[in-house]
Design a binder for this molecule. Structure first.
Ligand SMILES: [Zn+2]
Length: 325
């Protein structure tokens, strides 16, 4: 296990971005999976006494099993995870749930409803025989490193709407629903005593975020909500541990995007043409640029203008965009 020295002004600068479990404070940890691109998600752990709470499982059984082994070896009190929180319904945050099915699994009501939407077997079949051309390339980029065989979707056993206060031993943990934004039921997990917030995919640190649900205004509000918590340490859904500055960047990205897309939509461009035409300015260096296709489509929808909303069409367009077609 990698352990970072404690300090009062947050640990974002001292938590190395290496694969594995990192201690962020007293009983709070992040499990990181570089490089944070498609499917390489982060998880979290809160432990107090014999009580433990895991924030998210991973994309497949092998990765989740490795994470649980690492946790058991490093933190004996977390040998049997008592509570799991799924931040949202994307597979890279919940498809390892069957390995912690003895735990109470908590998610928002909207997350639970969304979770069965994409059967893992469908993804397994897609990876086994990807389509020809750019779409096949994108499928390999997004999912090629993972093994979707044997995954059974295990939905939350406890659901909530709005907010839910938990206690892990003597540690207060606040679950705050901020979706729909990235997905229908996004939840963030705040540990006030340690100044740590796990954002799920409300924060992608380093890469473009991707709007599957929207509206974008909700995502901006979600960033404001995180900032208002005043937590010095922020564990994003993907990318290195950071602080509030990266949340501000994420918020400003969406404001910039909205301001840039609106005149193009009003001028009659299609969403894909607007995505090609955009000047990303300060956000030009971000990875997973193909996600812009989904994000521009989301802004169009928010403006009441026609744009694709289904994942299949968006993936097709992202593949073409990534290939420069
Ligand atoms: Zn994710």
């Amino acid at each position: 296990m990698e352990t970072s020295p404690g300090c009062d002004d947050g640990l974002m600068a001292t938590t190395p971005y290496t694969r594995g479990l990192h201690e962020l404070g007293d009983g709070v940890y992040a499990y990181l999976q570089p490089d944070g691109s498609w499917g390489w998600s982060n998880a979290g752990l809160v432990v107090d006494g014999e009580a433990s709470l895991l924030v998210d499982t991973l994309f497949d059984l092998k990765l989740t099993g490795e994470m649980l082994d690492t946790i058991r070896a490093a933190v004996p009190a977390a040998r049997a995870i008592g509570t799991v929180v799924n931040t949202h319904a994307n597979g890279d945050h919940c498809w390892g749930n069957q390995l912690v099915r003895d735990a109470e699994i908590i998610g928002s009501k909207a997350c639970a409803e969304e979770m069965g939407g994409l059967p893992p077997a469908l993804l397994a079949a897609l990876v086994a025989s990807p389509p020809e051309g750019p779409q096949g390339e994108l499928v390999r980029t997004m999912f090629g490193a993972f093994d979707f065989d044997g995954i059974e979707v295990v939905p939350p056993t406890t659901t909530f709407e709005g907010e839910l206060s938990l206690r892990v031993g003597d540690t207060d943990v606040e679950l705050i629903e901020v979706g729909p934004a990235h997905t229908q039921g996004d939840v963030i997990v705040h540990v006030p005593s340690q100044g740590v917030v796990y954002t799920g995919d409300i924060l992608f640190n380093g890469g473009h975020p991707i709007v599957w649900a929207g509206p974008v205004a909700n995502w901006i509000a979600a960033c404001e909500r995180i900032l208002a918590l005043d937590a010095p340490t922020v564990v994003p859904g993907h990318g290195p541990v950071c602080g509030p500055a990266e949340v501000t960047t994420q918020r400003d990205y969406f404001t910039y995007l909205t301001d840039e897309v609106r005149p193009r939509a009003e001028a009659g461009m299609t969403p894909i043409d607007a995505a090609r035409d955009l000047d990303l300015g300060p956000y030009s260096g971000m990875s997973e640029r193909e996600r812009l296709v989904a994000n521009v489509a989301a802004v169009f929808r928010d403006l009441g203008m026609p744009a694709p909303a289904d994942a299949a069409t968006l993936l097709q367009q992202m593949a073409a965009f990534g290939a420069g077609a």
